[in-house]
Design a binder for this molecule. Structure first.
Ligand code: PAF
Length: 305
C-alpha cells in the first residue's frame, strides 16, 4: 500500500515522516526541476520531534514525470492555490480506484478537484497538527493535534472507507472519520478567516491576537461573518465558533500562522481560498462581510495577496 505525497512543505513532510515512522514506504513527489537540483542520491527526511530529538529517514523522491508506477493513494499537501494543478500533473498516473486525500487550508480547491476527478474517490482532511520547516526536507513538529477525514462529493462504499482506514491505521496520528466533512472544513475556515489575515496584518504570533481590545474585536467580527455565511448556506454550527478561534489562538500562541510566514517571505498567500472564498459565497447568498472585506483591502494595500 504506497502513498504518494505532493507538497514538500511542513504538512507534506510531517505526514511523510508519519508514514515512515509507521514502517511504510511513501513516495514524496517533487517538481522535476527540484528533483534534478538535489545534490544527493540518498535523500533523507529529518523530523525534529516535540521532545527535541531529531530522527532521519531515507526517503523515496520522484517527480510526476519520473513516476513509472500508478498511484493508488495520493495525499495532497500543497498550498490551496497549487492543489488543482498538482493533481492534474499526475492525472495520467492515477489508478481508477485511486483515493485522493486533500489537506488544504480554506475552501474551494477541494470542491474543484472532487468535481473534476469524480471517477476517483476524493477525501478532504482538516488537521490541527502543527509543523514548520527548518530547511528543505527538515520539518519540526510544533504540536500534536487531531485530523478529521471525510469524503468530498459522493459517499464512498464501505470497502472504499475500509481501504482508506486500513491504509492510515498504523500512523502515529489521531485520525477521526466524519461525514459530512464540510462541517469540519467550515470550522477550520472560521479559524483561518479570523487568524491568518490578521497575523499577517499585524505581523504577529497567533497568541498575540488576544493581546488588545482592538484585535479581539476584529477576531470576533471576522468570526461572526463566517457564522452568518455558514448559516445562510444551510450548514449548521454546533458550537461557538468564536470560542474555537480563541482556543486555537491559545493552543498555537507561539506559532506564526502560515499566512504570516508567507507574507514575511513575499510569497502568495492562501487568502483567496480563505477570506476570498467567504466573501464570494456571501455575495452569492446576499450576506454582508464588511470585516472580511476591510481586512483583504488592508492586506492588499500592504502588497499581501
Ligand atoms: O494556517 C495556519 O497557520 C493554521 O491553519 C492555524 C490553525 C492558523 C495555526 O497557525
Amino acid at each position: 500500500m504506497t502513498w504518494h505525497i505532493m507538497g514538500a512543505g511542513s504538512m507534506g513532510c510531517l505526514w511523510t515522516a508519519q508514514f515512515l515512522k509507521a514502517g511504510m514506504k511513501p513516495t514524496l513527489l517533487l517538481r522535476e526541476q527540484r528533483l534534478h537540483t538535489l545534490q544527493t542520491k540518498d535523500p533523507v527526511l529529518a523530523i525534529e520531534e516535540l521532545d527535541g530529538t531529531t530522527h532521519h529517514y531515507p526517503i523515496n523522491l520522484e517527480s510526476p514525470q519520473s513516476l513509472t508506477t500508478s498511484i493508488e493513494y495520493l495525499l495532497v499537501c500543497t498550498k490551496a492555490q497549487d492543489a488543482e494543478a498538482a493533481v492534474h500533473s499526475v492525472a495520467d498516473q492515477l489508478s481508477d480506484q485511486c483515493q485522493i486525500l486533500l489537506m488544504q487550508n480554506g475552501l474551494g480547491s477541494q470542491q474543484a478537484i472532487a468535481q473534476h476527478f469524480s471517477s476517483q474517490t476524493v477525501w478532504a482532511a482538516s488537521t490541527t497538527e502543527g509543523a514548520w520547516m527548518k530547511d528543505f526536507l527538515h520539518v519540526c513538529h510544533a504540536g500534536h493535534g487531531s485530523t478529521w477525514i471525510g469524503p468530498m462529493g459522493h459517499t464512498p462504499d464501505e470497502s472504499t472507507w475500509q481501504g482508506l482506514r486500513s491504509s492510515l491505521e498504523k500512523l502515529p496520528v489521531d485520525i477521526q472519520y466524519t461525514h459530512p466533512i464540510e462541517l469540519k472544513l467550515w470550522d477550520k475556515l472560521a479559524v483561518n478567516c479570523a487568524i491568518n489575515g490578521l497575523t499577517a496584518l499585524y505581523d504577529c504570533k497567533n497568541g498575540e491576537l488576544l493581546d488588545t481590545e482592538e484585535r479581539r474585536a476584529r477576531l470576533a467580527a471576522l468570526t461572526e461573518e463566517v457564522t452568518q455565511v455558514r448559516s445562510a448556506a444551510g450548514i449548521p454550527t454546533p458550537g461557538n465558533l468564536l470560542e474555537l478561534v480563541k482556543q486555537v489562538c491559545r493552543d498555537t500562541a507561539m506559532n506564526n500562522s502560515s499566512t504570516c510566514m508567507d507574507a514575511r517571505q513575499g510569497r502568495k498567500t492562501e487568502l483567496t481560498f480563505i477570506n476570498g472564498y467567504l466573501i464570494e459565497q456571501a455575495a452569492k447568498l446576499g450576506v454582508k462581510t464588511p470585516a472580511n472585506q476591510q481586512l483583504m483591502r488592508e492586506l492588499a494595500n500592504l502588497g499581501i495577496q
